[in-house]
Design a protein around this ligand. Sequence first.
Ligand SMILES: [Zn+2]
Length: 169
Amino acid sequence: MSSNSKTSVSKAQNEQHKKILSQLLKLECNRRCCDCSARGPTWASVNLGLFVCLNCSGIHRSLGTHLSKVRSTTLDTWLPEQVEFISKLGNVRANNYWEARLPRGFRRPSEGDMSAMKDFIIEKYQNQVHFSWLLACTAMPIIIQCHSFRADGQCISFDDKPCLLPGDL
Ligand SMILES: [Zn+2]
């Protein structure tokens, strides 16, 4: 379908997207890698709506595109809906969701420790051990519009389907 294809992104639109992304990266909430906290991330996961550093982008890519679709903020072509999504989300909001139940005083792996970082990223996005439906819904009202919580804590939208979460996009 052409409307969902990169070929539908014009050169001017692409330039505009790059500008928006570079502005987003200047915001306080996006100045550090969403996973390792390294300064100045230039890569992103477009379906998770967050910015990561080069090292963490490699780990995201290794998880597979069903979990994370990695794009460069400077080299790749983005679709308008991907730019819109990351504009609405970003690193702090995303972590309110993915790290909702991170233990107090948790020490993230240091920047250079790729093996520990990979374990952390798998725990965070694949096993979703730090995430909470309840906190996610409170943290991300733009994306999630829920009206009730089931006994297992999962929230239900008005059509009685599980609420849309970043990973579903
Ligand atoms: Zn990182």
